[in-house]
Design a protein around this ligand. Sequence first.
Ligand SMILES: Nc1ncnc2c1ncn2[C@@H]1O[C@H](COP(=O)(O)OP(=O)(O)OP(=O)(O)O)[C@@H](O)[C@H]1O
Length: 256
Amino acid sequence: MSPNIESVPETAAVPTDREMVRIEHVTKQFSLRHDHSLKELVFSALQRKKLADSFLALEDVDLTVNAGETVGLIGFNGSGKSTLLKTVSGVLYPDRGRVLLRGRVAGLIEVGAGFHPDLSGRENVYLNGAILGMTREQIDAKFDEIVAFSEIEEFIDTDVKYFSSGMFLRLAFAVAVHTEPDIFLVDEILSVGDEPFQRKCLERIRELQQAGRTMIVVSHELEMLEKLCTRIVVLRKGRAIFDGDPTEAVATLRAG
Ligand SMILES: Nc1ncnc2c1ncn2[C@@H]1O[C@H](COP(=O)(O)OP(=O)(O)OP(=O)(O)O)[C@@H](O)[C@H]1O
């Protein structure tokens, strides 16, 4: 069950007319590497059909996110949500089109990305903070706050390879929210943490929202997103098929 949250505030702290993210005609294709069975090869040869060796994960996606907006990305499994978020974060480059950003992007794209298993929680806070653009002094100043937010004080000097997935998420989320990015990207924060931590993450997201931060959030928790977001984009098979009112977006997805 998803924790209850209030609906998005009527007025955001920052006017929403300044573009922070512009995704222009983004297309992303992946190569498929598979070992075809002899049967598949024989059939494809007999039918003179070539077996697919690439997959279009995103197709001509156009999307703008303004300052102070919280934009949700929803869609069924494999519709391209994480791929789109990764093109915004710079983890993936589009094959066609481009992504323009104003300011620094950070967030939780893949839990644990940028964490090293053989380093302790403490060392990983410094490593991850540096990857997200913080100086050592900035991390020093925020360190206690980050650890307190994560609530894993006892384990902070343990190697993260011994962390449970929830502990990993806690520390990763704590570092990410304390880097104060201009554009905050969040992919499925609610899938790993327990309910009290989910509630805490949502509270933090609402604080960032009220401070006028810009966010893109991916989740399958449709009711939570409907309340949290100012706008929702629906992806279907790599295409943006709806962009607008959250309630209508959820209805569009549910209608199939
Ligand atoms: N590195 C990769 N190599 C090959 N295919 C990939 C790669 N990353 C993603 N894909 C494929 O691209 C498609 C879109 O994946 P993506 O993770 O963006 O979907 P999603 O909407 O986030 O799905 P989910 O709801 O399951 O998390 C999927 O079919 C996936 O298998």
